[in-house]
Design a protein around this ligand. Structure first.
Ligand code: 13P
Length: 252
């Protein structure tokens, strides 16, 4: 049995004061057991939020990192730094990083390997564009992205990952993949993991869905056997909406 994971990707939202207030409210909320909850604030708020979350089951993640521990890389943040700020998770290869900041899966691969070396849990994002879906290339694209970002990993390392299937056309658009379509791609990803790392490993890896997940569509998505949780953007910025999604996930 895979425990569901609900991760909130705050993107470039919330000052430290706003983040602290959210964390205090989430900590005080009556969260159900049986669901792993992670929030990923901007770098500037990580340390303060980690302080609030101490003693709470809610865990902390970053939204990106450089693969090296230190160096002359203006504007970058290293795995040591996010660990030091209290993170256990890191989102890698988000489509916004690929689309606006030129990230490639070769670069994502370096980050995945580095994150694992630093005992961080990478949340590796894959997903096709609308054009790729409409031309029937979803599986080809997702399999290339997965192979690129996980190149060179061994089964033991792959077993420590979280994968998030995030179709680009569903992110921030209000257009969710149908539960059946998301299940189909998540199942395809699990089969790819099984081919590369063995069935046992593939069965342990949580595969999330992301893209316009809201309180009113979460339960339907979570009910599918290969959707093990959600990477939530917009709806994770509001404590009420986020806890409703957590409750929906805990029901499965
Ligand atoms: P939305 O939930 O706002 O569509 O964002 C999804 C996402 O990109 C999470 O990483």
């Amino acid at each position: 049995m895979r425990e569901p994971v609900i991760a909130g990707n705050w993107k470039m939202y919330k000052t430290t004061g706003q983040a602290v207030q959210f964390a205090e409210e989430l900590k005080a909320a009556d969260l159900p057991g049986g669901c792993r909850v992670v929030i990923c604030p901007p770098f500037t708020a990580l340390h303060a939020v980690a302080g609030i979350l101490k003693g709470s089951p809610v865990e902390l993640g970053a939204q990106n990192m450089h693969h090296l521990e230190e160096g002359a890389f203006t504007g970058e943040v290293s795995p040591l730094m996010i660990r030091d700020a209290g993170c256990r998770y890191v989102i890698l290869g988000h489509s916004e990083r690929r689309q606006y900041f030129g990230e490639t899966y070769r670069g994502v691969n370096l980050k995945v390997v580095s994150a694992l070396e630093h005992r961080l849990v990478p949340i590796v994002c894959v997903g096709e564009t609308l054009q790729e879906r409409e031309s029937g290339r979803t599986e080809e694209v997702v399999s290339r992205q997965l192979a690129g970002s996980l190149a060179g990993l061994e089964a033991g390392q792959a077993g420590r990952l979280i994968i998030a299937y995030e179709p680009v056309w569903a992110i921030g658009t209000g257009r969710t993949a149908s539960a059946a379509d998301a299940q189909q791609v998540n199942r395809f990803i699990r089969d790819l993991l099984a081919e590369s790392f063995g069935r046992d490993t593939a069965q342990t890896v949580p595969i999330l869905y992301g893209g316009s997940v809201k309180p009113d569509n979460a339960a339907e998505l979570m009910a599918r056997p290969d959707i093990d949780g959600a990477l939530v953007g917009g709806a994770s910025l509001d404590v009420g909406g986020f806890t409703a999604i957590i409750r929906a996930a805990a029901g499965y």
